[in-house]
Design a protein around this ligand. Structure first.
Ligand SMILES: *[C@@H]1O[C@H](CO)[C@@H](O)[C@H](O)[C@H]1NC(C)=O
Ligand SMILES: *[C@@H]1O[C@H](CO)[C@@H](O)[C@H](O)[C@H]1NC(C)=O
Ligand SMILES: *[C@@H]1O[C@H](CO)[C@@H](O)[C@H](O)[C@H]1NC(C)=O
Ligand SMILES: *[C@@H]1O[C@H](CO)[C@@H](O)[C@H](O)[C@H]1NC(C)=O
Length: 462
């Protein structure tokens, strides 16, 4: 690479003509201009240098490196000029960089790269409230800024518009890293650096951390708090679009891998489950009611449970489990979902666990009043997730009643906030009919699966 060429060139200590020194200094100025303007894919390079046979004295080299060191320019991690398009294009995070885009993959940045002319990514600051207080720069390895902490190995740097605690939001931020790793020999990071709007975050939620440990090894979140100097990364992958442009097939592959690794991590072996039959040879159908407490819980859980219990009782091979989502450890959740064919649950992050069901399993979703009319695309979150993870979303029920009515129906956002965490009622007739339909669909699917000669491997691709 260019940097190596310069180094090799500088190592030869021959005498040289003044005109070559001038040429070299001119080229160096070009490089300084490039740093100042953070040119990413500049048509200029240092290729011409590699064919030249100039050389410099130790003193000159030292002087040049010192100049390069002092010319490293830090820019704010969060660029307020892009506030309105924070998620688009370059995003407001590291806005001077262009993403690498490969077909069907999430866009990403890899540094050092050819586009960075071999320069490393450096990050300075660990503000947790204001992303404009943290900054980034590119620097050559020979000329890292004074008092730099150099971090060896591969670092995953994430910026998300959402957070790392909510299951769904956290998963959206991590999927592109898992996809990147799959594409690159299952490489694992040495550490993570997490941002939200350029603000540093020092941990992931436990669910997410477990999932990442299952897939990418021990999670070490770097807090950038060892001194005030910059941190420069030997190798860094930066993701700032969540799933971004990842293709449908790739999303399914990533979901398959996440599920596979989580099951291995939790010591679960699902062999034979798909073709499991009851005493009379009928397919086993496991229906799980995943309950919530507080916001978006069922107003009358006993009534809801009894409707599903009654419908399940009349289907040969059906078993019903009622589980409180908050009471489960990560592996409890993986195990429960591995043993679920139909997941019925109110809208909420606990539905992210659908990831751990076998492909083609079913979801039934319940919403309190307000979501149908006022939630916009947010109401499709788990429909999309079902699509991305290869599940069947079997529809939703929208409560048309609420405890109170929104005072000013014209204020849509206020009304949505008024309703969104309300409780979910029920409709006996509708729930019973819907449960019957879905149980029947799943029965047919499982019968087909029993007859098919398709074999499933338990080996994870990474
Ligand atoms: C991208 O995905 C599409 C659809 O799955 C596929 O036809 C195409 O070959 C993929 N391209 C690459 C480069 O993998
Ligand atoms: C960095 O350190 C070198 C050597 O100690 C010194 O000459 C230079 O002035 C320093 N630069 C800055 C920007 O502090
Ligand atoms: C999912 O279901 C479809 C149609 O019911 C079937 O063709 C496909 O093989 C199933 N996939 C898996 C992984 O079971
Ligand atoms: C309950 O669902 C049934 C069947 O869809 C419907 O006909 C009925 O109007 C619903 N009842 C209420 C109170 O919404």
């Amino acid at each position: 690479m260019e940097v190596k060429n310069i180094a090799r060139l500088l190592d030869k200590r021959k005498s040289l003509s003044p005109s070559i020194i001038i040429l070299f200094i001119c080229l160096l100025s070009v490089s300084l201009i490039l740093i100042l303007f953070h040119a990413q894919a500049s048509p200029f390079g240092f290729v011409s240098l590699s064919t030249s046979s100039a050389s410099l004295s130790d003193h000159d080299v030292h002087g040049l490196n010192s100049k390069l060191r002092d010319s490293v320019t830090f820019l704010p991690l969060k660029d307020l000029r892009f506030t309105k398009t924070a998620m688009e294009g370059n995003t407001w995070f590291m806005s001077s960089f262009d993403d690498t885009y490969e077909e069907n993959e999430s866009q990403y940045l890899y540094l050092p790269s050819q586009a960075s002319k071999g320069r490393l990514l450096c990050i300075k600051g660990h503000d947790k409230r204001d992303g404009t207080q943290n900054s980034y720069a590119l620097a050559w390895p020979e000329s890292l800024p004074n008092s730099t902490t150099f971090l060896n190995g591969l670092t995953f740097v994430s910026d998300t518009y959402y957070d790392y605690v909510n299951l769904w939001h956290g998963l959206s931020a991590m999927v592109p890293f898992v996809g990147w790793s799959m594409k690159h020999r299952c490489l694992k990071p040495t550490r993570w650096v997490l941002f939200h709007w350029g603000e540093l975050r020092d941990k992931m939620g436990l669910w997410l951390q477990n999932l990442m440990e299952a897939n990418l090894g021990k999670v070490q979140v770097e807090e950038l708090d060892k001194g005030e100097g910059p941190y420069c990364f030997e190798k860094a992958v930066v993701m700032r679009h969540n799933v971004g442009k990842m293709g449908k097939e790739k999303k399914l592959q990533v979901s398959d891998l996440l599920r596979c690794k989580a099951r291995v991590f939790c010591g679960i072996n699902p062999t034979g489950r798909r073709k499991e039959v009851g005493v009379r040879g009928e397919p086993i159908i496991r229906l799980t009611l995943l309950m919530r407490r507080g916001s978006r819980s069922f107003k009358d859980p006993i009534a809801v449970i009894s409707i599903f219990a009654m419908e399940c009782a009349v289907v040969d091979g059906c078993t019903l489990e009622v589980v409180q989502s908050e009471d489960l450890s990560f592996c409890d959740q993986v195990k429960l979902m591995t043993n679920t064919d139909i997941l019925a649950s109110p809208h909420g992050a606990q539905l992210t666990n659908m990831l751990f069901m076998d492909r083609n399993s079913s979801i039934m979703e319940f919403f309190p009043k307000g979501w149908l009319e006022l939630a916009g695309v947010d109401r499709y979150t788990y429909r999309w997730m079902a699509d991305q993870s290869g599940m069947q979303h079997r529809g939703a029920w929208w409560d048309s009643n609420a405890e109170g009515e929104c005072p000013d129906p014209k204020q849509e956002l206020e009304c949505f906030n008024f309703y969104k965490d309300g409780q979910v009622g029920h409709n006996d007739t509708y729930f019973a009919g819907w449960a019957r339909t879905v149980l029947n669909q799943v029965r047919i699917c499982k019968l087909q699966a029993m007859q098919s000669s398709q074999r499933y491997s338990n080996a994870c691709p990474c």
